[in-house]
Write a protein that binds this ligand. Structure first.
Ligand SMILES: Nc1ncnc2c1ncn2[C@@H]1O[C@H](COP(=O)(O)OP(=O)(O)OP(=O)(O)O)[C@@H](O)[C@H]1O
Ligand SMILES: [Mg+2]
Length: 335
């Protein structure tokens, strides 16, 4: 049985940009799918197609069992969307924004009022509730946008980078709200650049790149596929880097890599804690003082890096500089 969100072979082109190149997704009811991918991978385009804001060139999709191409109006009634770019009315207050959404969805005025008050509380916006949204900070605006998406408690939610720009406390708090929603049966597709967020919230993760799903699985499955424990050592003295690198390379299953400015050496290993102990003994015997040493298991960042050739952060920084590996690859394939 198809899930609450189901897509097959979604294709969307903009001129000669193939934003989606055959996206397949399935999100079982009451679960969270995390969509990860570098800038320009097609995450927002996927969300826009599934929420009927864009019509795909080909492919099929259903949301809450409803065909998004044949019955867009019915789909719109069943989904909540919080976008990458907040869609609040600048001139209305926070409270008015939320009440307006309720009324658009045909709530009774009293019910819309009650729901607005509840959400203002939940999103820490009580003090600013009666100020126009144009006076809100970036994080407050984002929280208001998320609250607006939750007014009618839709069975299926889409959140495009919900916590971008939120401080750590508000991010954690939003994670709590999301968990609560999902435990109440809501199905959620969320995109994020914070891999920790996907790790924390998503039952399943899809990594997209160049408009295609290039990997999917639980966070643990993806980490296991990437494989690779590593030993990391920070030596106390710069002069010891070369000797330490030789020792690590001897124990590791590959060459040690060196980060000169932090005096950090990293080597891929198999053998876990036992090998770590041997490495420490050897470094010690050779009089190499260590500031830090540890066994590091792969993180979702490592998964992302090995799949897309980038960490999520690098992608953002480098694409701002207009010279990314992914960009170069795109140009090459385009040739
Ligand atoms: N309306 C549009 N017109 C032309 N090109 C578009 C349009 N919308 C998206 N694109 C292109 O489609 C590709 C996918 O864009 P999309 O916004 O889906 O990426 P994304 O994964 O959401 O990236 P980000 O992490 O930066 O939000 C990009 O190359 C983008 O430039
Ligand atoms: Mg986007």
């Amino acid at each position: 049985m198809p899930g609450a969100i189901h897509a097959e072979g979604l294709v969307k082109t903009f001129g000669d940009v193939r934003a989606l190149d055959g996206v397949d997704l399935d999100v079982p009811e009451g679960t969270v799918l995390g969509l990860l991918g570098p800038n320009g991978a097609g995450k927002t385009t996927t969300v826009r197609c599934l929420t009927t804001l864009l019509r795909p060139d080909s492919g099929t999709a259903t949301v809450a069992g409803i065909d998004v191409i044949k019955h867009p109006d019915a789909v719109r009634r069943s989904v909540g969307l919080s976008g990458q770019f907040a869609a609040v009315d600048e001139y209305l207050t926070g409270r008015e924004n939320l009440q307006m959404v309720g009324q658009l969805y045909q709530m009774r005025a009293r019910e819309a009022k009650r729901r607005a008050a509840e959400l203002l509380e939940q999103f820490h916006l009580v003090e600013a509730a009666d100020r126009p949204a144009k006076t809100y900070s970036g994080g407050m605006r984002r929280r208001l946008d998320l609250a607006a998406a939750l007014v009618v408690r839709p069975p299926v939610m889409f959140m495009d980078e919900p916590t971008t720009g939120l401080d750590p406390r508000n991010r954690q708090q939003l994670w709590g709200v999301i968990k609560q929603l999902v435990s109440g049966g809501t199905t959620l597709l969320l995109t994020t650049q914070y891999l920790e967020e996907a790790d924390h919230l998503a039952h399943e993760i899809c990594v997209v790149d160049h408009g295609r799903v290039i990997a999917r699985g639980t966070s643990d499955q993806l980490k296991a596929r990437t494989g690779g424990e590593r030993v990391e050592v920070v030596v106390h003295e710069r002069a010891h880097i070369t000797a330490a690198a030789e020792i690590l390379s001897g124990f590791g299953k590959g060459e040690a890599t060196v980060e000169e400015h932090t005096r950090k050496l990293t080597v891929p290993v198999t053998g876990g804690a036992k090998l770590l102990a041997e490495i420490i003994r050897e470094l010690d015997a050779r009089g190499i003082e260590m500031d830090d040493v540890g066994l590091r298991r792969p993180t979702l960042d490592d998964v992302f890096l090995s799949l897309t050739g980038h960490t999520a952060e690098e992608t953002t920084e480098e694409s701002a500089a207009g010279d990314t590996e992914a960009g170069r690859r795109t140009k090459e394939t385009a040739k």
